[in-house]
Design a protein around this ligand. Structure first.
Ligand SMILES: [Zn+2]
Ligand SMILES: [Zn+2]
Length: 86
């Protein structure tokens, strides 16, 4: 399930609101078409595990698992990583 967060100011307080599901009206970062998917690549392992979250259309997402999609750039990176681990 794609997750996305936004920063909003509510009554002068900075709040991070997180939602599950596709980001509304997101556009693919490559071609600009409607993007129902987000890159799930974890940029940094830690408490919050921030992910890349680039919006991706059906054509440009790289399916990595049931609920996991990568952008082409991070697909490449994850492949290099797993090769380096060997
Ligand atoms: Zn696209
Ligand atoms: Zn990515």
């Amino acid at each position: 399930m794609p997750r996305w967060c936004e920063e909003r100011e509510i009554n002068g307080h900075r709040m991070i609101l997180c939602h599950s599901g596709p980001r509304p009206q997101a556009k693919c970062y490559i071609c600009g078409r409607p993007a129902p998917y987000l890159c799930d690549y974890v940029l940094e392992f830690g408490l919050e595990n921030p992910t890349c979250d680039r919006p991706l259309c059906n054509e440009h997402r790289v399916k990595k698992g049931k609920d996991t999609d990568y952008c082409p750039e991070h697909e490449e990176l994850s492949r290099q990583r797993s090769e380096a681990e060997r």
